[in-house]
Design a protein around this ligand. Structure first.
Ligand SMILES: C[S@@+](CC[C@H](N)C(=O)[O-])C[C@H]1O[C@@H](n2cnc3c(N)ncnc32)[C@H](O)[C@@H]1O
Length: 245
């Protein structure tokens, strides 16, 4: 298995590395705060799509401290590979995997250029990734490339609620509560993340609405693409099957 970033990281990769390097220690607890206590539920809904496919080999991209990878290993008989661009996140992931005694192999790598042959994996998951890449459509093509025909691609992301009423409360939560909750629970670094997240999610969906993303998945060779807004539209689980089985 590879252990090096597969090509020179670009500006967006360096941004992600700077943002995420100070965060691993308290990441899982704070991810719950940032998702209004919903991250665990969203993760389970994501992993349900992998479990259904009964995979033998799974790739989790942007694995962070390996929360999704560990859940896949626990709920399937699969061997799991976790890839992330931030070394500090992988250090935490190694600790978590070691403690769990799980079948998860970890490697430094970029979602934009994965060091695996076409069709290597029965299932590929990615979580909170596309807001950190320069070209989401090209990244989706790359993720789809490593799924075998008939295999599953599944994603979890934040979302902007479509209802005006809930969008109003979501806006207040992400712009006011998140930065303060970040500060109170994680200090300066998490204040920065809390302040960054809401505007980043809004601007991502202004450029790449959900309908655009569904088309990007289809153009990348995925069929039966499904979307499920979660928790009043604050989260989104997406899944699809690689064509050509
Ligand atoms: C919000 S964390 C999510 C971690 C994990 N998936 C989870 O749900 O707990 C986002 C992760 O994406 C990683 N990341 C950002 N850009 C990436 C890229 N281009 N390729 C691979 N990983 C990336 C960051 O290093 C960070 O660990």
């Amino acid at each position: 298995m590879p252990t090096a970033v597969s090509d020179a990281p670009g500006g967006s990769n360096r941004f992600a590395q700077r943002l995420f390097s100070p965060l691993p220690e308290r990441y899982d607890r704070l991810a719950e705060v940032l998702s209004f206590g919903q991250n665990g539920r969203w993760r389970r809904a994501l992993v349900d799509h992998v479990v259904e496919a009964s995979p033998g080999l799974v790739l989790d991209v942007a694995t962070g401290p390996a929360g999704v990878a560990l859940q896949i290993a626990a709920r399937t008989g699969a061997r799991v590979v976790g890839v992330d661009v931030t070394e500090a996140m992988l250090r935490r992931a190694r600790l978590n995997v070691g403690r769990a005694g799980a079948r998860v192999h970890l490697a430094l790598g970029r979602g934009e250029q994965l060091p695996f042959a076409d069709g290597t994996f029965d299932a590929v998951t990615f979580t909170y990734l596309l807001r950190y890449v320069d070209d989401p459509a090209a990244t989706v093509r790359e993720l789809s490339r490593v799924v075998r025909p008939g295999g599953v691609l599944a994603n979890l992301e934040f979302l902007v609620p479509s209802s005006r009423f809930w969008r109003f409360w979501w806006w207040g939560y992400t712009r006011l509560v998140l930065p303060l909750a970040g500060w109170a629970t994680g200090g300066r670094e998490w204040f920065d993340v809390g302040r960054f997240l809401g505007p980043n999610i809004s601007s991502h969906y202004r450029r790449y609405p959900v309908a655009w993303t569904v088309e990007a998945w289809r153009d990348a060779g995925m069929v039966d693409v499904g979307v499920r807004p979660m928790s009043l539209g604050g989260g989104l689980v997406m899944w699809g099957t690689r064509a050509g089985a």
